[in-house]
Design a protein around this ligand. Structure first.
Ligand code: NDP
Length: 308
């Protein structure tokens, strides 16, 4: 039974050589060298083709090489195929680094000071201590919780919001739609680390921004589909939000005339929050393959009805 990767060529050869070294019993194939499709039991990809289950009649498991699975058309896949997301510790580390860089930059008003530098203005502003800065995280899963714990030592007042109730050290937690507004009212800096689902699409919208304190700041590390871009531009232009750091867009890459390229209150990065590195992800993937071979539950299997 084979494991088929559909990833870019350089990564594919790294994955293949890791398996050759550490798990030579697993028949690893690299797209488009599929071989006999009926032998493909496992499929690993970031962007899968649509006709997976018809092309590979014995497919058991799809491994996303990403933490999110929004790029999969889950409704199209038969229920017997398990979809597993990537719980790579390297992804969590990347997101922690990005979130800390962005929160500290916004907290210390770096975007403002860079605007001043360009205007040759030497002017300091009142320093807000971290204990008076409220940082809220939307999504308290693997990554959201890791970010709260990485931010704790700075002394920020931490808030978090998820679907279900949580108890997380040092974090005041809110749950569900009814507690969204009270949560937002306490976010001077809001970080989105939600999965993109039917329920979360467009969650970063005009109502959300209006519910935040005036002059609040936004970091979108989730997916582009969470954000209504026009609403963010309006919120920045009106001063309801003072700054935004955006790592993900609905259309990546954006067109040359996309307004985010040049907005003075917005930092844009090209989806670099984190990416899966075979070095750290290999053990996670192999662990799951072995669990599946032994008939045990794998880690990171998504709940198909929830979409994450
Ligand atoms: P998890 O599945 O571990 O956590 C998701 C969290 O979101 C859970 O706490 C869940 O609540 C909450 N959630 C889901 N739906 C809702 C909803 N409708 N209302 C409120 N809360 C909700 O995901 P990860 O932490 O591993 O990853 C989160 C996302 O980060 C990924 O899906 C991806 O979009 C993004 N990401 C971005 C990267 C980048 O490079 N920018 C890299 C990696 C990931 P509950 O706990 O109650 O189920």
């Amino acid at each position: 039974m084979a494991l088929l990767f559909k990833v870019d060529d350089s990564r594919g050869s790294v994955w293949k050589s890791l398996f050759e070294q550490h798990a030579p019993d697993i028949d690893v194939r690299l797209w488009p060298d599929i071989g006999d499709p009926s032998q493909v039991r496992y499929f690993a990809a970031w962007q899968p083709p649509h006709d997976l289950h018809t092309r590979f009649p014995n497919l058991d498991v799809i491994f996303a090489t990403s933490a999110g699975v929004d790029q999969f058309d889950l409704g199209e896949l038969p229920g017997y195929i398990q979809v597993v997301r990537m719980l790579d510790p390297g992804i969590a580390q990347g997101i922690i680094e990005y979130a800390c860089f962005a929160v500290l930059s916004l907290h210390r008003q770096v975007p403002l000071y860079l605007r001043q530098q360009r205007a040759r203005v030497w002017q300091d502003h009142e320093l807000t201590p971290a204990r008076r800065r409220r940082v809220g995280v939307m999504g308290l899963g693997n990554l959201g919780v890791a970010v709260t714990q990485a931010l704790r030592p700075f002394g920020f007042e931490l808030r978090g919001w998820a679907r279900s109730h949580k108890h997380i050290d040092g974090v005041q937690c809110f749950a569900g739609d009814v507690q969204l507004k009270p949560f937002l009212a306490q976010c001077d800096i809001l970080i989105c680390l939600l999965p993109l689902t039917d329920d979360t699409r467009g969650v970063l919208n005009a109502q959300t921004f209006a519910a935040m304190p005036k002059g609040a700041q936004l970091i979108n590390l989730g997916r582009g589909g969470h954000l209504i871009e026009r609403d963010l531009l309006d919120a920045l232009d009106s001063g309801q939000l003072s700054d935004a750091v955006v790592d993900v867009l609905e259309d990546e890459p954006p067109s040359p005339d996309h307004p985010f390229w040049s907005h003075p209150n917005l930092w844009l990065t090209p989806h670099i929050g984190a990416n899966t590195s075979p070095d750290t992800a290999f053990e996670v993937l192999l662990g799951n393959l072995r669990r599946h071979q032994r008939g045990e539950a794998m880690h990171g299997v998504i709940a198909r009805h929830q979409g994450y």
